[in-house]
Design a protein around this ligand. Structure first.
Ligand code: LLP
Length: 426
């Protein structure tokens, strides 16, 4: 639970009792720990240090510019997939040379913005995109570095919606086409095709898919080098896991032990794009019980956060550990796992106020008894929480708060009803 810890039966973030944040900022609120965010970044950087990689934090996972600034100050670059993410990365004082731009559907406007920003690398997802990039670069007389995203046809063994490295997904090009793309475009003077990019899926909770993906990439790289192409960059993407249930994800050192030996001494600049493994456990979603009810055999806790705030359970059947913030000393959760065997817990569904049956945060969970007004924490919500939130049911988006030791501050105000209609014209 990193820096989210129960003392005397009360949840704290670093040295702040969670209740204080609820009193000041209301609920639902995403609460982030600066110490946890940076500790995860530092552990990742230390584990992969033998490769001297450029770490490009995947901004899609957690995008508040205050959090991104902390990472940029620590030396992180950013993996962006849209003009909006590029804008955020620049607002976060990123070094443009440490920005990589992926995505299957880059528009001309986004490409031009990235050229203007002088980003470090374009990750190309199709021959058609590369042709377009060459056209734009030539018209501007700009020289650009690009890596070809390849699809190594490796199964990352994760949810079908977040599997990207299999042949049938829309990402990258397969290994045979990769060779053809280099033959056709690999000597262009405006777009220097200088490397390969892979991202096999997310989360990938075993090291074997990475090993297979790296091996296949290196084979291709060797063939391409033998054919005279100058490749100096390899971007391994992200996908490193985080603990949602217990300790299911390998730690950074375990991933690095498998990956570093394969990539060391290959004459390659290495890029890594972690998102979830840095941010997921740096944030919780704090919500409040509005009502409890019994319906047939099922018991419900209806809370004030819903699928518009955290869509992962509805979208991927994702599991987030959920626990009251002040359950009392007899209900201190077991750090990651088996808390449901604590005597006195009761099975319930934790659901939101949105008008959809799929609007749940957790189903059939054993929790300490809760009642109206209780605060409940949804853990591991720092990644793909706020960034995937929406205004569905015209619900203003949650506030975001950053804790630093014994202080905390709002880093995004709660949206208002006026915000909901602000962009609507007429
Ligand atoms: N690089 C690329 C090219 C990616 O597409 C992604 C994630 C990452 C890096 C970062 O992956 P990470 O290290 O965070 O696992 N919304 C889903 C996850 C979608 C991931 C999309 N791509 C979820 O909530 O689980």
């Amino acid at each position: 639970m990193d820096d989210f810890i129960y003392h005397d039966g009360r949840l704290h973030c670093e040295r702040i009792p969670i209740r204080q944040i609820a009193e000041k900022s209301g609920t639902p609120t995403f609460i982030y720990s600066r110490a946890t965010l940076l500790a995860h970044y530092d552990r990742f950087a230390a584990a992969f240090a033998p490769l001297s990689p450029t770490i490009c934090f995947s901004i899609k996972s957690c995008a508040n510019i205050n959090l991104c600034r902390l990472l940029a100050e620590r030396g992180s670059g950013f993996d962006v997939v849209s003009g909006g993410e590029l804008f955020r990365a620049m607002q976060s004082n990123a070094d443009p040379q440490k920005i990589v731009f992926a995505g299957v559907g880059k528009t001309d406007a986004e490409i031009n913005a990235a050229i203007n920003a002088a980003i470090g690398l374009f990750n190309i997802e199709s021959p058609a995109e590369l042709e377009n990039l060459i056209r734009i670069a030539a018209s501007r007389n700009a020289t650009i570095r690009a890596a070809l995203r390849i699809n190594p046809d490796v199964d990352p063994i994760t949810h079908k919606h977040t599997t990207t490295g299999k042949k049938e997904t829309k990402f990258g090009v397969d290994l045979e086409m990769a060779r053809a793309v280099f033959d056709q475009f690999g000597r262009d003077k405006y777009v220097k095709l200088c490397g390969l990019h892979v991202h096999i899926g997310s989360p990938v909770n075993t090291v074997e898919p990475y090993i297979a993906a790296v091996r296949r990439s290196l084979e291709l790289l060797t063939t391409l080098r033998a054919a005279g192409f100058q490749l100096d960059t390899f971007d391994l993407g992200g996908g490193f896991g985080a603990h949602y249930r217990g300790s299911e994800a390998p730690d950074a050192a375990t991933y690095a032990a498998a990956i570093v030996p394969l990539l060391a001494n290959q004459g390659l600049k290495i890029i890594l794009e972690p998102g979830r493994s840095i941010a997921a456990n740096a944030g919780v979603l704090l919500t409040r019980v509005l009502y409890t009810k019994q319906s047939g055999t099922r018991r419900f806790a209806i809370v004030d956060a819903g699928m518009n705030d955290l869509v992962r359970p509805a979208l991927y059947d994702a599991h987030h550990f959920i626990w009251p913030a002040e359950p009392g000393p007899q209900f201190v959760p077991n750090p990651r796992g088996e808390s449901d065997s604590i005597p006195g817990t009761i099975e319930m569904d934790i659901v939101g106020p949105v008008c959809e049956t799929g609007d749940f945060l957790g189903r059939a969970r054993k929790l300490p008894p809760v009642q109206r007004g209780d605060l409940v924490a949804v853990f591991t919500a720092g990644a793909y929480g706020m960034t995937m939130s929406s205004n569905y049911n015209s619900r203003p988006r949650a506030a975001e708060v950053l804790v630093e030791g014994d202080t905390f501050r709002a880093i995004r105000r709660r949206e208002t009803y006026e915000d909901l209609v602000a962009a609507e014209i007429g």
